[in-house]
Each structure stands twice: as structure tokens, then as C-alpha cells.
Design a protein around this ligand. Structure first.
Ligand code: PHE
Length: 453
């Protein structure tokens, strides 16, 4: 475990790698559907407040733990306090649950590249197109297989660097495209402006505990927190880089892309449906239902659609690689497995879980654990609303009470003075743990239908 760790070269290396992991389907697919469902502006507001306080503190803690110990999650927690070793294992379990269903959505994205690439925009814009597609047993499985296969191949061959280089070029193009599509929708489509207002104006009557539950789960997910990834990245980070500045850059970029993705999708929902509740509450399928309608009305929509989904594909791929990489490196460290067998083991496991997830929309559609809509929503819920808050809770308790926040201060001060000391201490010690427990209890009560939040 204590072999030499390679480190990121230069300042931008860490930020880019962390941003590559952070920006993905979470921003483009997940954020807009949650914002649409949980009240628009009020969700956005809660999310941003959480990001700059809670998300900031947790990310600082994780990166500092990684850089101070030079270890990834399991080793780091064990080294800091043996009693907390289980948190490392828990953190490692989370990417293993996410990767399979993440790849199912990656498969949907590939399907859409093929669809627009072959000039099907008009067909795909049909109301029932996507729900009918999900009912097919074979095809979604094949696309899922391609996505997870590609991710595994890249991890096995160890060519992540090459992909990162490509995505460095793709990400700015993606941002420009998202912006362009938003402007097009708002300018050209009647009713879209109402969507913009819904999205940016907080309506406090729409606030509920579930708004906060959803926003917090999204925060973990989007910033790749509470699953050991930032600890691992921290362990690769050079000592002369400011953790605080890096976090600001990652947060601005990650939240910025999510915000723009919402601006692209929510006004379009309003333009096509007048913003009725059913359309806003579509859930995981929202992006796949709404965007084809937009592309269908655009001149050159097939080409723009294909290019857009290619960019989304690369953003998803850098994230799925970082998910898989985390699990593989844990298997390598802990079970002394070699890279290829470890990757194959993760692939095998993902094929089973992801395959089941695909079937959850057809053959297994009556299996609704916790009353959730489908198996994808179930895996998403277990990881984001249950396991991540638990991992984050113990991280906060470890740093806040066992080690004390001061323990990480010298690390946080390296490479530039850490200005948010008070915010960090208060968040980690008092607010985060209390808050997380409250959220966890509410989401469990809600899931079991005991109290509707
Ligand atoms: N943050 C990524 C996204 O928003 C998902 C992800 C989670 C990636 C955890 C790696 C680890 O798409």
C-alpha cells in the first residue's frame, strides 16, 4: 500500500482530473430532473447554499485526509483511527453500486448518438418514444454492455490519460453547446420563459424536507463526495497546491454546468407541456424525452443532437472511468489482485447489476423495492440517499470529534492560506453531523412511506 504514489503534474492537473470525475451525467441528466421535480428555483437555491457550505467543508476534509495520509479511502480511515476503518469499506461499496446503473444511462446516451446520427430526430421526439424503447429487452442491454465494456477496456489498458486529454477538449464544447441550446429554446419557443422563471425564482411554498434530501444526495453525487474518490485524488495532489482554491474551481465548474443543464432542459419542458406536474416529475427519463423534441425543431437538429450526445458521452465516460478506477485500485490494494483480473471482477459484477437494472424497465418492472418506480431509481436511492449520507456522517464525526478539525489545518494551509477555517470547523463539527442525521431519517421515513415528507 505504501508504494510510491504518482502525483498530478502542476496545478491544473488535480483540478482537471477532479472536474473530469465530477462533471458527468450527474450534472446533465440528474440535476435538471431533480430541479424540475422538486420545485425549480427553491431546489436551485437549496443546492447552491449546500454546495458552498456543506459541500465545501466535506470536500476540503476528504482532500486533506487523502493528501495528509497519502492513502486512498480504506487505508486512510484505518490509519487515522482503526475504529473508523469500516467507513473506508462503506465508501468503497458506493461506487460499486453506482457504476452499473451509471453505465445503463451511458448506454442510453450511446443509443441517442446512434439515433441522431442516423437522422431519427423526428421519430425520437415522439411522446412515447423513450418509454417504449425502455420496454425492449435486448437493445438497451446491448448499449449498456458497450458502455461498461468500453469503460473496462480503458481501465484495463490504463489509457485514462488519453481519454482525459480528449475530454479536456470536449468539455468546453459541451458547455458552449448547452448554452447555445438554452438560448435557442428560450428565444424560439413560446412558453419557455415561464420555465426560466420557474427555474430561477425560489417559491417557498414548494419547499419540503424532500427538497433538501434530494439536493444533498445530488451534491454528494455531483461532486463525487462521500465515496472515497476525493480522498484518492487528494493522495495524488502535490503539497504546493491550495486545496481551498482548487475546491472553488471545481465547485464553480461543476455547479455551473449543472445550472446550465437545467436552463437547457426545464424551459424546454415548459415549452412542450406548459409545465404541468406530470411533465416536470418525469424523473430519470426527463432529458431523454425533452431534448429530442428541442432538436427536432432545430434546423440541422440531427447533427446538433448527435454532437451534443457525443459530448455528454465523453463527460459520462470520464466519470465512469473514475468510478471503476476507484474500485479496481481498492481490489488491487486490499486483495493484492492484478489490474486485469481486478477489472474483470468489477466488470462481471457490473454486468449482473446493470443487467438487472435494464430489465427493471421491462421483465422486472413489477419489482419495486421501497415502492420506488424502478430498479434504477432504487440503486440510485440506496447509494445517494442512504449510503452516502452515512459515509459523510462518519467522516464528519471522525474529523470533527475524534481528530478535531485542527488536525487537518496544517494540511489545508499548505500551498496557500486556508481562509475558511471557521466555516470549516463549524460545518464539520456541528452542522454537518446533525444535518445529515436529520436528512437520513427523513429519507428513510419517506421511503418506507411512514411519513410523507
Ligand atoms: N460526479 C459524477 C457525475 O456527476 C458521478 C460520479 C460519482 C463519478 C462518483 C465518480 C464518482 O456524473
Amino acid at each position: 500500500m505504501d508504494q510510491k504514489r504518482s502525483s498530478f503534474t502542476g496545478k491544473i492537473g488535480f483540478v482537471l482530473a477532479a472536474a473530469g470525475s465530477a462533471v458527468g451525467l450527474g450534472n446533465i441528466w440528474r440535476f435538471p430532473y431533480l430541479a424540475a421535480k422538486y420545485g425549480g428555483g427553491i431546489f436551485l437555491l437549496v443546492y447552491i447554499i449546500l454546495a458552498v457550505t456543506f459541500g465545501f467543508a466535506l470536500m476540503a476534509a476528504e482532500i486533506a485526509i487523502g493528501r495528509k495520509t497519502g492513502l486512498s479511502a480504506i487505508g486512510a480511515f484505518k490509519k487515522l483511527d482503526r475504529r473508523f476503518a469500516f467507513v473506508g469499506y462503506l465508501a468503497a461499496l458506493i461506487p460499486a453500486i453506482i457504476l452499473p446503473y451509471y453505465s445503463v444511462i451511458g448506454g442510453w446516451v450511446m443509443k441517442y448518438i446512434a439515433g441522431f446520427g442516423t437522422g431519427q430526430a423526428h421519430v425520437m421526439a415522439g411522446d412515447k418514444y423513450f418509454s417504449e424503447y425502455l420496454k425492449i429487452v435486448g437493445e438497451p442491454l446491448v448499449w449498456f454492455l458497450l458502455f461498461i465494456g468500453l469503460t473496462s477496456l480503458i481501465v484495463m489498458l490504463g489509457v485514462e490519460k488519453g481519454i482525459e486529454k480528449v475530454s479536456k477538449v470536449m468539455m468546453p464544447i459541451l458547455v458552449v453547446l448547452i448554452l447555445g441550446i438554452s438560448i435557442y429554446t428560450i428565444v424560439a419557443m413560446p412558453g419557455a420563459v415561464d420555465g426560466v422563471l420557474y427555474y430561477i425564482t425560489p417559491d417557498f411554498s414548494k419547499f419540503s424536507v424532500m427538497t433538501v434530501v434530494a439536493a444533498m444526495g445530488q451534491l454528494f453525487y455531483s461532486m463525487s463526495l462521500a465515496m472515497g474518490i476525493m480522498i484518492t485524488f487528494g493522495s495524488y495532489m502535490k503539497k504546493d497546491i491550495s486545496i481551498e482554491k482548487s475546491i472553488h474551481q471545481i465547485e464553480i465548474f461543476d455547479t455551473g454546468v449543472a445550472f446550465l443543464a437545467g436552463l437547457m432542459i426545464i424551459p424546454a419542458v415548459f415549452a412542450f407541456s406548459g409545465g404541468n406536474e406530470e411533465a416536470l416529475g418525469k424523473g430519470p427519463t426527463l432529458m431523454f424525452v425533452t431534448l429530442p423534441k428541442v432538436f427536432d425543431t432545430m434546423p440541422g437538429g440531427n447533427i446538433i443532437g448527435a454532437v451534443f450526445f457525443i459530448m455528454v458521452f465523453f463527460a459520462a465516460l470520464t466519470s465512469s472511468i473514475s468510478l471503476m478506477e476507484t474500485i479496481v485500485s481498492i481490489l488491487q490494494d486490499k486483495l493484492r489482485m492484478k489490474r486485469i483480473p481486478a477489472s474483470l471482477a468489477v466488470l462481471g459484477f457490473s454486468l449482473v447489476l446493470g443487467g438487472i437494472t435494464c430489465l427493471g424497465f421491462n421483465v422486472l418492472k413489477d419489482v419495486k423495492p421501497l415502492g420506488l418506480d424502478d430498479l434504477l431509481t432504487f440503486f440510485d436511492f440506496i447509494s445517494n440517499s442512504i449510503l452516502m449520507p452515512i459515509a459523510a456522517f462518519f467522516t464528519a464525526v471522525l474529523v470533527g470529534f475524534v481528530l478535531k478539525p485542527e488536525y487537518l489545518m496544517d494540511e489545508l494551509d499548505l500551498g496557500g492560506k486556508f481562509k475558511a477555517k471557521r466555516l470549516f470547523s463549524v460545518m464539520i463539527k456541528y452542522i454537518a453531523p446533525v444535518f445529515i442525521v436529520a436528512i437520513l431519517v427523513s429519507s428513510i421515513l419517506d421511503a418506507f412511506g411512514i411519513v410523507k415528507m
